[in-house]
Design a protein around this ligand. Structure first.
Ligand SMILES: Nc1nc(=O)c2c([nH]1)NC[C@@H]1CN(c3ccc(C(=O)N[C@@H](CCC(=O)O)C(=O)O)cc3)CN21
Ligand SMILES: CC(C)C(=O)C(=O)O
Length: 361
């Protein structure tokens, strides 16, 4: 192939990679502060990293759609504004979050602020990959999902779980958290565990990697906890949750996820901790709430699900209904419609084609 023809094929490939090409991910990463003290006074979290969106994505963010920062999240607690967290597992679920953050016509609408934190939770192992537990998910699988979410979500703070087994030692935890930031394009990471993780939380936060700690029911330890069971229901159990919370706050965690604990304990701790608590099955007294997006959309509405789950939609029913309609229309011949869904050819071209075929005989 000549140089000219190589250039031509590249130009042609570029021309054809329009609406269906994947968007270009940002290469500009946040510069992170190096100590917890710097973290709370630093302004570098406040500037939005530029991310480019695909041709058919929503309009570019307007002035009211500032990238969420650690400081923003923490100030919501002081202002007593509930923090909204929702999981995103891929590009479309990230785009749903981004679209729900669009400024509405009503400037006072409470949903106007949108989702504060998009969480690439390792629940994706179960709901998006079909594994029976979160422990099967590898770091590489997680990184692949993180990159897709980062391409779809510009406004929310991007948080992801370090998968099971990737932070059993402080050294592993630091190395793998850095990969989540550099390769996964995440802003912060979440770690399941209590006091035993203090050395890792200190190391990460003092090196500028913001950490959300996750206590109470920690699904990665499902086997050790003998299943997905409510935690902190006894004197000793509640004391353990409270001691973990205090130790992790002191170690530098910017927020605390509290899962499946009694509502009274959730409220009591939230009133006493300085850092925000994000609850899932921890009652209305937490500083924020998190749900798994596919759960709250009712994508798996046939399963019973935990008691804390509220399904705001029944996407499973809507999706299967639509697919059945598609099957019916294809079988009946009512889809596609030539006029609506097909491509025309000019009469002259068509007749010319028929003549040309005739002449070839
Ligand atoms: N789809 C999905 N949603 C989740 O919220 C979720 C996951 N997957 N995978 C990881 C963990 C597991 N989670 C779960 C799963 C089940 C219960 C559950 O059924 N709990 C019982 C508690 C029983 C008790 O101790 O009293 C319940 O009835 O709510 C709780 C959390 C939360 N996380
Ligand atoms: C259940 C939520 C909080 C989570 O940690 C996840 O999505 O993995």
């Amino acid at each position: 192939m000549s140089t000219g023809s190589v250039a031509r094929s590249i130009r042609s490939a570029l021309r054809h990679s329009t609406a269906w090409s994947s968007p270009i991910a940002s290469t500009s990463r946040l510069t992170l502060p190096s100590s917890p003290a710097q973290l709370s006074s630093c302004t570098c979290f406040q500037s939005a990293p530029k991310r480019y969106s695909s041709h058919y994505s929503a309009k570019p963010a307007g002035p009211s759609r500032k990238k969420r920062t650690i400081l923003d999240i923490q100030s919501l607690k002081r202002k007593k504004i509930p923090i909204t967290v929702l999981t995103a597992h891929d590009y479309p679920s990230a785009r749903f979050i981004e679209a729900s953050s669009a400024p509405s016509s009503d400037p006072n609408a409470s949903h106007r602020r949108g989702i504060d934190i998009a969480l690439v939770g390792d629940s994706l192992a179960m709901v998006a990959c079909g594994y029976t537990s979160t422990t099967s998910l590898t770091l590489d699988e997680m990184l692949y999902h993180c990159r897709s979410v980062a391409r779809g979500c510009q406004t929310s703070l991007l948080l992801a779980d370090l998968p099971f087994g990737t932070y059993h030692s402080t050294e592993d935890g630091v190395k793998n958290a850095v990969r989540m930031i550099q390769e996964g394009n995440m802003d912060a990471i979440k770690l399941e565990g209590g006091k035993e993780l203090v050395p890792l939380v200190e190391r990460l936060t003092s090196r500028g990697i913001p950490v959300m700690s996750h206590i109470g029911l920690t699904p990665q330890r499902q086997a050790a906890l003998s299943g997905f069971r409510v935690q902190g229901k006894t004197v000793a159990g509640a004391l353990k949750v409270w001691e973990d919370a205090q130790a992790l706050q002191a170690a530098g965690a910017f927020a605390l996820l509290i899962e499946a604990i009694p509502s009274r304990l959730g409220r009591w701790m939230s009133e006493r901790l300085e850092i925000p608590t994000i609850g899932i099955g921890a009652g209305a007294g937490a500083d924020g709430q998190v749900l798994v997006q596919l759960d709250m959309l009712g994508v798996n509405s046939l399963e019973r699900g935990p008691k804390f789950l509220k399904r705001f939609e029944d996407v499973e029913r809507k999706a299967t209904g639509a697919i059945e309609e598609y099957i019916k229309e294809v079988r009946e011949g009512s889809f596609p419609h030539d006029e609506t869904h097909g491509y025309p050819i000019e009469d002259q071209e068509w007749e010319g084609f028929l003549e040309a075929v005739e002449q070839q005989k």
